[in-house]
Design a binder for this molecule. Structure first.
Ligand code: SF4
Length: 215
């Protein structure tokens, strides 16, 4: 579905969002987010009229009294890293300009015990995302430290990740987009929002899935 682009004038949620965006919190009677001054999303969007229009939906969180339901807010109050381009609803936007998050390239984590598929994923990413940083781990257990302490643009992993760990355990540690590589695309229940790619489907399928989850 296309994102609201301020033409949905008959929508009550749209009206409230626009009110919250236009008026300072004191005037619209709703609480402003106390984290706004240190929020990477708010600081990226607020100075740009184009971004304020494009990301108008954030203002129901930032100035509309709903900040406690914001995924970015949840990271900030728990002193957790905010994944690049994380949106209040937990999805990924594209509000960071290249280099705005302190990096000049995207960062990917591959968790895969097959050296062949790990190498294929790695070479595909390197070929399509210039300058990408790629971290490879063999299992969930060896990737936990990365998942907890590093922000990744996307995680590419198998469904089963060693022992009884699965891609759902990865989701529980990070809000980053996930692409699940599996030999049985119809036989796994991937985490919500994850892209699923059949192993052996080829570089184009993996690239398309990564681009889709970064969009
Ligand atoms: S509501 Fe969320 S996006 Fe808005 S300023 Fe607070 S933390 Fe940032």
């Amino acid at each position: 579905m296309p994102e609201c682009d301020v033409r949905h004038r008959g929508c009550r949620a749209h009206s409230l969002t626009m009110l919250a965006r236009i008026l300072p919190a004191k005037e619209n009677g709703m609480a402003a987010c106390p984290r706004a001054s240190t929020c990477v999303l708010h600081c990226a969007v607020e100075p740009s009229i184009i971004k304020r229009v494009k990301f108008a939906s954030i203002y129901s969180f930032c100035r509309g009294g709903q900040h406690e339901g914001c995924a970015v807010w949840a990271k900030l109050v728990n002193a957790l890293p905010v994944p690049p381009n994380l949106m209040p609803d937990g999805t990924t936007g594209d509000y960071l300009d290249a280099g705005a998050d302190g990096s000049s390239a995207r960062r990917f984590l591959i968790i895969e015990d097959s050296p062949v598929f790990a190498a294929l994923a790695s070479s595909t990413i390197a070929a399509h995302f210039t300058g990408a940083e790629i971290v490879r781990r063999l299992s969930y257990d060896t990737a936990v430290d990365d998942l907890v302490h590093t922000d990744f643009s996307a995680i590419i992993c198998g469904f089963g990740l060693g022992g009884d760990r699965t891609a759902h355990d990865v989701r529980s540690l990070t809000g980053a987009p996930i692409v699940v590589l599996t030999g049985r695309p119809d036989g796994v229940k991937a985490p919500h929002g994850a892209q699923v790619v059949q192993k052996g489907a080829g570089p184009e399928a993996l690239t398309s899935a990564i681009r889709a989850c970064l969009a």
